[in-house]
Design a protein around this ligand. Structure first.
Ligand SMILES: N[C@@H](CCC(=O)N[C@@H](CS)C(=O)NCC(=O)O)C(=O)O
Length: 199
């Protein structure tokens, strides 16, 4: 298999953590991508031009990170990162949607600064995205999943907090100190997280 991503992508980090935990890295080559390069092979593999992108041995292209995690779990026999029981599965998928959704908003905040000329930056748009991040963190704080039980939701939430640490879209440690212990417990239980840190 071939995984197109970089360590700087929090969505790509989800897939690398999952692959490591499931013992799939030995079957996989990881190749960097640049979504801003129109000649990058990513463009023909994923019409959305986003990473991560997985190429299966039979040539099938798999996107996005949620589907790649589902694919990895299936390849590992199923029921590992996606619980088989419906209630636990629904909870894990919803937590993944929360983590991914916060990362989507956080990514848009970064892109606003990176790709829009400073004189065209639109403050209300940034506030709108940051409000999603803050509401999401509040929701997580209200009912966090067990940080030591790795599933698709916990992977996404851990990558999300790490991404906010790195890019500093909001100061979550000051605003939500209750989440610091959750993040520390996640890192302690998930060595794959530190092993996939962006350079
Ligand atoms: N929902 C997608 C999001 C992937 C995503 O936004 N990736 C970013 C890098 S972190 C990207 O490729 N951005 C380029 C673009 O939006 O054109 C997933 O879960 O894989």
């Amino acid at each position: 298999m071939l995984l197109r991503t970089t360590n700087s992508s929090p969505f790509g980090r989800k897939t690398q953590i999952a692959a490591m935990r499931l013992g799939l890295m030995k079957d996989m080559e990881v190749v960097g991508s640049n979504p801003m390069d129109p000649d990058d092979p990513l463009m023909k593999d994923n019409p959305l031009g986003k990473m991560p992108l997985l190429v299966l041995d039979d040539g099938r292209r798999v996107y996005d990170s949620r589907v790649i995690l589902e694919c990895f779990d299936h390849l590992a026999g199923g029921g590992v990162l996606l619980p088989r029981g419906w209630d636990a599965r629904l909870r894990a998928l919803t937590m993944q949607a929360l983590g991914d959704g916060i990362m989507d908003a956080a990514l848009l905040v970064v892109y606003e600064g990176r790709y829009r000329p400073a004189d065209l930056a639109h403050r209300p748009w940034l506030d709108y995205q940051r409000a999603k991040i803050l509401r999401g963190l509040e929701t997580l704080l209200g009912d966090p999943p067990d940080p030591a039980t790795l599933d698709v939701g916990v992977i996404s939430l851990g990558c999300m907090l790490g991404y906010l640490d790195w890019r500093k879209q909001v100061d979550w440690r000051a605003g939500f100190p209750g989440l610091v212990a959750w993040f520390d417990a996640f890192r302690a239980a998930t060595p794959e997280y530190d092993a996939t840190a962006p350079e």
